[in-house]
Design a binder for this molecule. Structure first.
Ligand code: SAM
Length: 99
């Protein structure tokens, strides 16, 4: 059974096309990515509107505006499966925790 497309959210399509997309293409998985151009909080809220998405994700990677990490975390806990993994970029900066 083919896997559903993986949502990838960025407020700025140009940055996604310059940074993430070349790597996604190199890995040959562009067809598995559902790019959503949006602020991440409303995009996550929209994913949560579909009850099928709740508890359905194995993994989330967050590398956006750090000030919203808690807002992302609240929503991701609902979207991830029990035992799912969420990874935050740069949670340890200058030897101090910001998560
Ligand atoms: C350091 S870059 C990470 C790029 C990404 N990890 C990748 O590999 O393509 C941070 C990204 O977060 C995006 N971003 C910043 N604030 C955001 C927000 N509130 N909602 C969605 N994306 C946001 C920026 O546009 C930028 O592309």
């Amino acid at each position: 059974m083919p896997l559903p497309a993986t949502p990838t959210i960025d407020i700025d399509r140009e940055t996604y096309e310059q940074v993430g997309l070349p790597i996604i293409k190199k890995a040959g998985v562009e067809h598995k990515i559902d790019f959503i151009e949006s602020e991440a909080v409303p995009a996550l809220d929209k994913l949560l509107e579909n009850p099928e998405n709740e508890g359905s994700f194995d993994f989330a990677y967050v590398d956006a505006d750090k000030v919203n990490n808690w807002n992302y975390h609240e929503r991701l806990l609902k979207l991830l499966k029990v035992g799912g993994l969420v990874v935050y970029e740069h949670t340890l900066q200058s030897s101090s925790s910001i998560a």
